[in-house]
Design a protein around this ligand. Structure first.
Ligand code: TYD
Length: 131
């Protein structure tokens, strides 16, 4: 299992940088929701769930944070630290986020609206579903 990074085209000049995100173009699904996580205290972890159907792309638009991604057979670690890189997270992937920098703003684009019924929050149930 390898992290699925998306390298966004960066429009940079003397005025700074700009990245454009477009559904079905550089984001591989229709975007129904955007949320962002910020002000995460040191030594705090988040996530600890998988989704039954939801697809997401996570982008650290500021700062950095680390991910554990787990497909039930293999776990990988990766770090997001650039506003020009997205991490695609498909369905049935357990994710944990940790080691947030103080200034981290983690933006997430999602393929559907918030729906608690789409969450798998119990790791044993996730493992049973993944096998
Ligand atoms: P939670 O799923 O615990 O965040 P994470 O798994 O990323 O650590 O979400 C925290 C709260 O925010 C929880 O009460 C549900 C709510 N929430 C929404 O209302 N809409 C959303 O799109 C998301 C992601 C969370």
């Amino acid at each position: 299992m390898k992290p699925e990074f998306i390298h966004f085209k960066e429009f940079s000049d003397g005025r700074g940088g700009l990245v454009a995100l477009e559904q079905h173009h550089n984001i591989p699904f229709g975007i129904k929701r955007i949320y962002y996580i910020y002000g995460t205290p040191e030594n705090t972890s988040r996530g600890f769930h998988a989704h039954k159907a939801l697809e997401q792309v996570a982008i650290c638009v500021k700062g950095a944070c680390s991910f554990v991604l787990d497909n039930g057979k293999e776990k990988i670690n990766c770090r997001l630290d650039s506003p020009t890189i997205g991490l695609y997270i498909g369905k049935n992937i357990w994710r944990e986020m940790f080691n947030f920098t103080e200034d981290c703003v983690l933006m997430v684009l999602a393929s559907d609206f918030y729906e608690e019924a789409d969450y798998i929050r119990d790791y044993d149930i996730f493992l049973r579903a993944a096998s």
